[in-house]
Design a protein around this ligand. Structure first.
Ligand code: BG6
Ligand code: MG
Length: 219
């Protein structure tokens, strides 16, 4: 039986996936790399430096820059991203998410955060959910990012639960792969084709309820 839920942040709890996409798109334009839907989807859930490498690779430019130049580009992207999130408020929590979290906690489930983003604590503050997530995997301490399972393995460890007792909630294919690799139940939020590897898929967060999850798991 499930005892814990491990949440991704960007694109699951709030709409920051869109802002990451915008900021990377702007950088890709500057680098002369063609922005495509498949590149955009492939970047979801992927760490900052890995994302930059994927963009450079998509443009055949992976050998064109020094490490210092890459860090400068990643910093520029993040500065743009920080501008995009600066006006976020609790009203930006996705529909049904707060209700789902309240229901989980009221029923004795435990929750943790497995976001690749170093900005996650800042965003939680903006949207008023810092008190809900006292257990956060620090992405700076990971040896590998999503799709590697490490972040979801750690998300269960900090809950003191075995992976089998945990479900992960993700909007990205890389994240679903990480959950599956950690042997946890994967719940995808978004497009069923993009997230076809997930055990359970909901198109929107408003469908994220224990009743709906139990109904899907019974199938
Ligand atoms: C993930 C996002 O949550 O965090 C990615 O889905 C992002 O788009 C990654 O690149 C790293 O975020 P940050 O804020 O540390 O650059
Ligand atoms: Mg995400």
């Amino acid at each position: 039986d499930l005892k814990g839920f491990i949440f991704d942040l960007d694109g699951v709890i709030t709409g920051t996936a869109k802002f990451h996409g915008q900021a990377w798109h702007q950088l890709a334009d500057e680098l002369g790399v063609t922005w495509t839907e498949s590149l955009a989807n492939g970047l979801k859930g992927v760490s900052r430096m890995d994302s930059l490498e994927m963009i450079l690779k998509a443009g055949g430019k992976e050998n064109d820059y020094t490490e210092a130049e890459k860090v400068a580009y990643a910093t520029k992207k993040n500065d743009n991203y920080l501008k995009l999130i600066s006006n976020m408020t609790p009203a930006d929590v996705f529909p049904g998410v707060k209700e789902f979290l309240d229901d989980l906690l009221a029923k004795g489930y435990v929750i943790s955060l497995a976001s690749a983003s170093k900005n996650a604590p800042t965003i939680l503050k903006h949207i008023g959910l810092s008190d809900y997530f006292t257990k956060i995997v620090d992405p700076a301490t990971l040896s590998k990012g999503k799709p590697d399972p490490e972040i979801y393995t750690r998300g269960a460890e900090i809950l003191n639960l075995p992976p089998e007792a945990c479900a992960g909630v993700e909007d990205a294919a890389a994240g679903v792969a990480a959950i599956n690799g950690a042997h946890e139940t994967s719940i995808g939020i978004g497009d069923a084709n993009e997230l076809s590897a997930a055990d359970i898929i909901f198109s929107e967060t408003s469908a994220l309820t224990l009743a709906n999850i139990e109904a899907q798991m019974a199938k």
